[in-house]
Design a protein around this ligand. Sequence first.
Ligand SMILES: [Zn+2]
Length: 175
Amino acid sequence: MRCPFCHSENTRVIDSRESDEGETVRRRRACQDCDERYTTYERVELHLPQVVKSDGKRERFNEDKLRDGFSIALQKRPINAEQVENALQRLLRRFSFSGHDEINSVEIGEAVMAELRDLDEVAYVRFASVYRKFQDLDEFNDLVQRLREVLPDDASEEGKASLSLISGARKKEQN
Ligand SMILES: [Zn+2]
């Protein structure tokens, strides 16, 4: 897999371990050209249901929006990127293996709240207060947008970079 920094193909795996109860293989890689290190995740490809909005319209399941919801609610909380990713993957697996072709955006919001409640009390309260205040929001995307407005965008740049790197690495792996 190409180095995300210099695009060299000359990279090697320096550490490999299972995480997320064995559902994910996490690999630490080093680029032999530029010396940068990065992490990739390998996991089973999921087929996610279509999201049904309250007006009956369908849209593609947006995994990145779900990740955004988590990371905004968890700003400055002592939860690392891997814990967020594990929570996200648990949700995605549950949605994927539910046996349903469709899911309501309300169900997605409820499931995120349940996951956040286990992860971090403060993040859960943040998310739930926005969620309950804007119950007319029929799209999870609107909710994420609203969260962004309500919560100050002061997450550390480091935290953001590490989340987007995971996200970027995952997209590359899927290709
Ligand atoms: Zn490189």
